[in-house]
Design a protein around this ligand. Structure first.
Ligand code: GLN
Length: 441
């Protein structure tokens, strides 16, 4: 624990929002004492991990990388994090990210842009950029990110590590700061499928504090070591033939497809009925949900309150001074699509499209066991570039947001150095995703 803390202290990649030094060392002492006593310790006991700074951990700063919450300390601990602590894992760091999860580059933060672990001139990806970098640099053994539309999978791809977005509802979101509640997922980032499996098992399960959760069976090591039941893999032709895709990403992806065919798996080309609706549907709904979720942040209960002439002005000034440009863009957009006169035309249409997208995936999984895709159409941009063009940043989420709308389990695995390979299965079939990742090893 001491070694990891000393690696994190220089904050070379801007991946750290706060270190949990005192509590981590105390927890480590307890594990040491157990070992000295000759007691056997569990698999996760004494293992250092990182937490994206959007999770409540009692007594720690939970800033969401925002000015509004820069002095806010959690009053309680998120269910998923508590389960890890109960299993003996030791949280050592709250990690930098795009504020409130808004972004794909981890530049939209008051703590400075997170630098890519492979090439520090490039972005780390986002929004869980600090978490992916800490795992890539071995500063943490695993980190817990949050994935609403790709925030675990995309930075995992940009930094060459593994990142899982489980089936929606498999892990409790209680204590994860809400961004877009209908797609928010807790997601582990680690250096192997095995580590992902262990951490996923600990965090999964029904929680009375999150009514979307369900009970799920543990995934055993044996269950994901034999891939005999994976016969067919599909990929979306219109993702790969799009003008937006980088040529190296395309050739890496097609090379993976050839390898899979050589292993005797049947590969089918699928047609997504309209791939350009994915980004617009996701952002319509995500903006609407975040406008609603963030309406509680007006400085009256918590956060960095700025006083003005009267109550209404105080709310306005607190919000306009403390939210980032990107967050304000989303609140304005979200309130617009929810407002009278617009909501039928835009928001309700978004909901209908979400259902159509989910149905499209359900039909695809009648034909194939696994869907493969690159994680992103492009390679990580240079630090500074995404901030100049938010629309281009939204479009870079084209391959991740659809699976979020479908609430599907999906995993990024490293592939070359450019971006990752995304493995997706039908709802509740997280096991198959891990199994296929093992098969590709
Ligand atoms: N880049 C996407 C967004 O900004 C996804 C972010 C996330 O998953 N938190 O909404």
């Amino acid at each position: 624990i001491q070694e990891k803390l000393s690696l994190l202290k220089p904050n070379t990649y801007n991946s750290v929002n706060s270190l949990l030094e005192t509590s981590a060392l105390e927890l480590a002492k307890k594990v040491d004492a157990k070992i000295a006593n000759g007691e056997t310790i569990g698999l996760l006991e004494g293992i250092p991990f990182g937490i994206k700074d959007v999770y409540m951990v009692q007594g720690t700063y939970t800033t969401a990388s925002s000015n509004l919450l820069k002095n806010y300390k959690s009053a309680y601990t998120a269910t998923a994090i508590q389960k890890l602590i109960d299993a003996g894992a030791i949280p050592i760091v709250k990690e930098n990210c795009d504020s409130f999860g808004h972004g794909s580059s981890s530049e939209n933060t008051i703590f400075g842009a997170v630098k890519n672990a492979i090439n520090p001139e490039l972005v780390a990806g986002g929004s869980s950029g600090g978490s992916a970098v800490n795992v890539a640099k071995d500063y943490t053994v695993f980190s817990i990110g949050g994935d609403t539309g790709g925030s675990v999978r995309q930075p995992a791809g940009y930094n060459n590590v593994y990142g899982l977005k489980p089936t929606y509802g498999r892990i409790s979101r209680y204590g994860l700061m809400a961004y877009a509640s209908s797609t928010d997922c807790v997601g582990p980032i680690a250096k192997s499928v095995e580590d992902i499996r262990i951490v996923l098992n600990v965090m999964s399960g029904k929680d009375v504090k999150d009514q979307t959760t369900y009970a799920s069976a543990e995934i055993s090591e044996a269950a994901i070591s034999n891939s005999n039941d994976i016969k067919t893999v599909g990929y979306f032709k219109n993702f790969i033939e799009s003008d937006a895709i980088d040529s190296k990403i395309k050739s890496d992806f097609l090379a993976s497809i050839e390898k899979i065919k050589a292993k005797g798996i049947e590969v089918k080309e699928l047609d997504f009925f309209k791939s350009d609706i994915l980004v617009s549907t996701y952002y319509t709904l995500a903006m609407a949900e975040t406008a609603s979720n963030l309406s509680r942040l007006d400085g009256s209960n918590y956060g960095n309150r700025i006083e003005d002439k009267n109550l209404k002005e105080s709310y306005a000034v607190t919000r306009s001074e403390n939210f980032s440009e990107e967050t304000k863009r989303r609140i304005v957009g979200g309130n617009q699509v929810l407002s009278q006169g617009f909501s039928d035309e835009i928001y309700l249409k978004g909901l209908a499209l979400r259902d159509a997208i989910a149905e499209n995936f359900e039909n695809d999984f009648k034909e194939v066991d696994i869907i493969l895709s690159p994680v992103t159409p492009g390679t990580p941009p240079k630090i500074g570039d995404s901030l100049k063009d938010p629309h281009a940043m939204y479009l870079s989420d084209a391959y991740t947001v659809g699976f979020s709308l479908g609430q599907l389990p999906t995993l990024t695995i490293p592939q070359g150095t450019e971006t990752g390979l995304q493995i997706t299965a039908a709802k509740n079939n997280d096991e198959l995703v891990l199994k296929f990742a093992n098969f590709l090893k």
